[in-house]
Design a binder for this molecule. Structure first.
Ligand code: HEC
Length: 212
């Protein structure tokens, strides 16, 4: 019996929802659209996170002052790249800075600092998060007076070479016997890392102390 008003198999627009081909076409077109979206998002992410991109400065940022300021529109802290402030008082070319930061990364990877520390959200929390360590007010306020060094970077080198001699905390860092060259390269890596815009990560960094 034909029921008045009921749709036919073809439907109004000629679509037959009981036909598997209708669902197959739907699945294929949805997948294709999402592949285009994925490709767009991947390209956009690469633009933002590659060195020299919107969030990641080039390595020669180690020649500049790095500030850290609360951005009310984003509601998070954002690195502010400022006036020239060469690391160890020496302006590096982009190639020299790239080589030094890379050397620092290799020191950090080869000594497994991640067993105790976190970088960009990876690692452990036995020691402090190092993503913004360069900006830590403890360098000028505690470690510079403690090591007797006149600059932040020199105090960092002194600490990294002999962390057991300059403890500030209930947990101490063991002496990993870094050479001076390794310690300086590590400091360059830490300075560059602090200039990376990590969308406010780690949250509340430095809020318990006086921000520089
Ligand atoms: C066995 C665990 C351990 C390992 C491995 C370790 N650290 Fe540490 N680190 C600590 C602890 C604990 C502290 C806190 C020491 C203090 O404040 O007295 C610390 C502090 C630091 C600080 C100061 C952080 C700040 O802003 O207050 C830096 C920088 C640092 N470590 C770098 C490194 C690097 C680079 C490596 C690898 C070469 C490394 N650490 C390996 C445990 C470790």
């Amino acid at each position: 019996m034909k029921v008045e008003g009921a749709t036919t198999h073809e439907g109004r627009a000629g679509l037959d929802m009981t036909d598997p081909r209708f669902w197959r076409a739907g699945a294929i077109s949805t997948t294709l659209v999402m592949l285009v979206v994925l490709a767009f998002l991947s390209v956009d992410s690469m633009r933002v996170i590659s060195v020299g991109g919107a969030h990641v400065p080039r390595y020669d940022v180690v020649n500049r002052h790095i500030g850290y300021q609360y951005d009310w529109s984003r509601r998070e802290d954002v690195p502010v790249i400022g006036a020239p402030e060469p690391l160890f008082g020496r302006t590096l070319t982009e190639a020299q800075a790239t080589a030094l930061v890379r050397e620092g990364k290799l020191v950090i990877q080869s000594r497994a600092c991640m067993d105790c520390h976190t970088f960009f959200g990876n690692g452990a929390y036995y020691g402090p998060d190092l993503t913004k360590s360069w900006l830590d007010p403890a360098w000028p306020q505690i470690w510079m007076p403690m090591t007797g060094k006149p600059t932040r970077e020199e105090a960092m080198v002194a600490f990294l070479m002999n962390p057991d001699q300059y403890p500030t905390w209930t947990r101490a860092m063991p002496n990993l016997h870094l050479t001076e060259r390794e310690a300086r390269a590590t400091v360059a890596y830490l300075k560059w890392m602090s200039a990376v815009d990590t969308n406010g990560f780690p949250a509340n960094f430095g809020k318990t102390q006086t921000q520089q």
